[in-house]
Ligand binder design. Structure first.
Ligand code: ADP
Ligand code: MG
Length: 451
C-alpha cells in the first residue's frame, strides 16, 4: 500500500518538477517504510538525501499525507552503489586495446600512450599542476577533491590527465580509472536516457575510483547533463573517490555553469597551467627533438634551431610540436640538414602567424643602451671590438627575434652584406657557449625585448 502511494506520488512529482530533476533526485529514491510519522527512503548518496529533503521535503510530506499516511518527517538511509564491474557495452570508443584490464570495461575515451609523466616537461608555468597531478596519481588519501586543472589550449591539460590514468594503472592495477571528455560524458548520458538505461549509466560512473572529465566547459549551458554530472560528482565525493576536472578557464569564469556546480568545483584544488615561457618551450623542444632523432638517426640538426623556435613560436605547445614534426619530415624527405635557413623556409607560415612585433630598430636601441653606445655606432663602419661585438649581438638578435631576411638585416645595419650577418650569427652562437658574459648579455637583452 505504501509502495502504491509512492508510485502515485512519483508520477505527480514527475509532472510537477520535470523529467530532468525527477531523474536526478526522485528516481534514485526508494521508499522503505512510512510508519511512526517517519518516511524512510534509501538513497545512493547522502547528498541526494539532503538535497531532496531541502528542496522537495515539504511537498513530499504533503503528498504522503494526502495519500492518508501520517508522516511529518523524512529520513534517508544511504546505500552506496554496488562496486561490481559495470556490464560491458557493445559500443565503440573503448580504451586503447593495449590498456590493462581496469579501464577496458569502463566507457572511457582512449588514452594516448605518449601522454605520460615521463614525457611531460616541467617548468615554472606548469610545476604546480604537475605536482598536483602526481599526487593524485600516487593515490593514498584524497587530499583535494576535485583537482581542477585549467589553462589555454595546448598547455598540457589532457596530457596530465592521461598521465594520471597511466600512472594509476601502473601503480594500482586494481583501481578503476575512468577518463573521458565532457562531450563524451554527455553523449553517454543522452544515450542512457534514450535507451532508458540510466541505472547502468549511474552504476558505471559511480563504481570508479578515479573519474577524470576533460574540457568540462563543454557542458556549460547543457542543463540536464550538468545535473547528472553534478550527481555523479557528489556520489563519488561522498565515497571518497578522486575526481579530476579540466577546463579552458577557471570555474568562476565558465558561463552557463550552474552556481552549485561552480562552487562545488572550487572546493578542491584549482590549479592553472600558465602560458609557456622560453625555458619551458626550449625544454619541450629538446625532449621532443630527442624522440624524433631516435627514429630518424640520419637527420642532422644545427644547435641554434631549437632556441630559435623557442623564441619565435607562441606559447601553444601543440604548435611547437607541429613545427618540429614538419621540420623532421622535411629534413628526412629531402635529405637536408635542419639549420636556421631551412627552418625559416619550411616553417614560414607558422613563424609568420606567431610573429612577435620586435623591430630591428628596437633591437639596435636596446643593444646600444646596454653597451653604452649610440645607435649610430652600430651602423658605422667601425670595426673595433667594443663596437663590433655589440653589433654582432644585435644582428644575432635581429635574426632570432624578427622574420627579416639576412640581406634585409644587413641593409639595416649600415648597408652591410648578408654574409656579414651570417658571420655575426655564427660568431655569437659560438661565443654563447664559451663566453659567459656574452651569454648573459644576450639573455638579458632577449628578455627585455620580449617583455
Ligand atoms: P590541452 O589539453 O591543455 O589543450 P594537451 O595536453 O593536448 O593540451 O597538449 C597539447 C600537446 O602538447 C600534446 O601533444 C602534449 O603532449 C604537448 N605538451 C603540452 N605540455 C607539455 C609538456 N609540459 N611537456 C611535454 N609535452 C607537452
Ligand atoms: Mg585537452
Amino acid at each position: 500500500m505504501e509502495k502504491e502511494c509512492w508510485g502515485r506520488i512519483r508520477s505527480e512529482l514527475l509532472s510537477s518538477i520535470g523529467k530532468d530533476a525527477f531523474t536526478n533526485w526522485i528516481d534514485p529514491l526508494e521508499l522503505l517504510e512510512a510508519g511512526g510519522r517517519v518516511a524512510l527512503f534509501s538513497v545512493p548518496t547522502s547528498f541526494i538525501g539532503n538535497w531532496v529533503s531541502r528542496n522537495y521535503g515539504e511537498s513530499i510530506i504533503g503528498m504522503l499525507n494526502a495519500e492518508g499516511l501520517k508522516v511529518d518527517r523524512l529520513d534517508f538511509h544511504t546505500v552506496s552503489a554496488p562496486k561490481t564491474a559495470a556490464p560491458e557495452t557493445a559500443e565503440a570508443e573503448r580504451t586503447v586495446a593495449a590498456a590493462p584490464a581496469p579501464v577496458v570495461d569502463l566507457p572511457g575515451s582512449p588514452l594516448d600512450s605518449r601522454f605520460t609523466f615521463d614525457s611531460f616537461v616541467v617548468g615554472k608555468p606548469n610545476e604546480l599542476a604537475h605536482a598536483a597531478a602526481r599526487r593524485v596519481a600516487e593515490g593514498g588519501q584524497v587530499t583535494f577533491n576535485p583537482l581542477f586543472l585549467y589553462g589555454g589550449v595546448g598547455l598540457g591539460k589532457t596530457h596530465l590527465m592521461h598521465a594520471i590514468a597511466w600512472e594509476t594503472q601502473a601503480m594500482r592495477p586494481e583501481a578503476r580509472v575512468l577518463y573521458l571528455s565532457a562531450e563524451q560524458f554527455m553523449y553517454r548520458f543522452v544515450q542512457a536516457l534514450r535507451f532508458k538505461d540510466m541505472h547502468s549509466f549511474k552504476e558505471q560512473f559511480r563504481s570508479v575510483d578515479v573519474l577524470m572529465v576533460d574540457d568540462v566547459q563543454f557542458i556549460a549551458g547543457k542543463n540536464s547533463t550538468q545535473d547528472e554530472f553534478f550527481h555523479t560528482f557528489n556520489a563519488l565525493v561522498d565515497q571518497g573517490k578522486q575526481i579530476v576536472i579540466s577546463a579552458d578557464r577557471a570555474p568562476g569564469e565558465i558561463e552557463g555553469l550552474e552556481e552549485r556546480i561552480r562552487s562545488r568545483l572550487q572546493w578542491g584544488l584549482v590549479v592553472d597551467l600558465h602560458p609557456t615561457d622560453y625555458e619551458l618551450r626550449l625544454g619541450i623542444l629538446q625532449s621532443k627533438a630527442e624522440t624524433q632523432l631516435k627514429s630518424m638517426p640520419d637527420v642532422q640538426m644545427d644547435a641554434g634551431v631549437l632556441e630559435f623556435l623557442a623564441h619565435r613560436i607562441s606559447s601553444n605547445v601543440r604548435v611547437l610540436e607541429g613545427a618540429l614534426t614538419r621540420l623532421f619530415a622535411f629534413a628526412s624527405l629531402v635529405g637536408r640538414e635542419i639549420n636556421l635557413d631551412m627552418t625559416q623556409e619550411c616553417l614560414a607560415d607558422i613563424l609568420r602567424a606567431s610573429e612577435r612585433k620586435v623591430t630591428v630598430e628596437e633591437i639596435m636601441r636596446q643593444v646600444a643602451d646596454h653597451y653604452h653606445l649610440r645607435m649610430s655606432d652600430l651602423l658605422s663602419p667601425r670595426r673595433a671590438r667594443a663596437v663590433a661585438r655589440p653589433r654582432q649581438v644585435a644582428m644575432f638578435l635581429s635574426k632570432m627575434l624578427t622574420s627579416k631576411s639576412l640581406p634585409e638585416i644587413g641593409r639595416r645595419f649600415g648597408g652591410r652584406d648578408h654574409t656579414t650577418v651570417i658571420h655575426a650569427v655564427k660568431k655569437v652562437e659560438e661565443l654563447k657557449m664559451t663566453d659567459n658574459q656574452i651569454a648573459e648579455d644576450v639573455e638579458i637583452l632577449r628578455r627585455m625585448l620580449e617583455a
